[in-house]
Design a protein around this ligand. Structure first.
Ligand code: AR6
Length: 175
């Protein structure tokens, strides 16, 4: 599903965040230490190689809502933007911290002249954020920021399951 909003192409698709060769940046659903993990962090670190964790180490730990940038190493992307999402039920207020991830990731992209960025569904795996709440929060923040973007031209959500894809498409269609 594709939409243009304020001149920005917004897309939702099912797929693997580590296999997005046409995007300049991919976003990692990171841990605070910026180390290898499960889910998205596992897929990205495995594909990028050990240099990804070495590059992140000097910037760790990061706090919920923050985003930092490294190069992509063996990934097909120039850069990885690492976001620490909130742990649902622990890091509060969850929706503000989740939206801060998207805001900070887009700010990093803008500062680094990045034209295309792919996001996973931050916090909805190990961190337990219900996808039906996370999807509209993420999409509303992207929509709010889209009018301020000068470098970013394309934003993609890469969802792992059909159910997650459905939730993000629903949120996109409501914008
Ligand atoms: N591509 C796209 N989406 C994926 C992939 C993939 N390869 N793998 C999983 N997902 P999670 P979080 C989906 O747990 O909740 C890590 O271990 C997954 O189904 O990766 O922010 C870190 O080290 C879910 O919908 O991120 C942290 O400790 C979504 O991506 C912690 O988990 C996010 O799941 C971060 O937890």
């Amino acid at each position: 599903m594709n939409t243009i909003l304020h001149g920005i192409e917004l897309e939702c698709m099912k797929g693997d965040i580590a296999k997005q060769p046409d995007m300049e940046a991919v976003v990692n659903a990171a841990n605070a230490e910026l180390m290898m993990g499960g889910g998205v962090a596992g897929a990205l670190h495995r594909a990028a190689g050990p240099e990804l964790a070495e590059a992140g180490a000097p910037m760790a730990p990061i706090k919920p809502g923050e985003a930092v940038l490294t190069e992509g190493f063996r990934l097909p992307n120039d850069v990885v933007i690492h976001c620490l999402g909130p742990v649902y039920g622990k890091d509060k207020p969850e929706s503000e911290l989740l939206q801060a991830c998207y805001w900070n990731a887009l700010r990093q992209a803008e500062e680094n002249n990045i034209k295309s960025i792919a996001f996973p569904s931050i916090s909805t795996g190990a961190f337990g954020y219900p996808v039906e709440e996370a999807a509209p929060a993420a999409m509303e923040e992207i929509a709010a920021q889209s009018r301020n973007l000068e470098q970013v031209e394309k934003i993609r959500f890469v969802l792992f399951s059909s159910q997650d894809l459905k939730e993000y498409e629903k949120a996109l269609s409501r914008l």
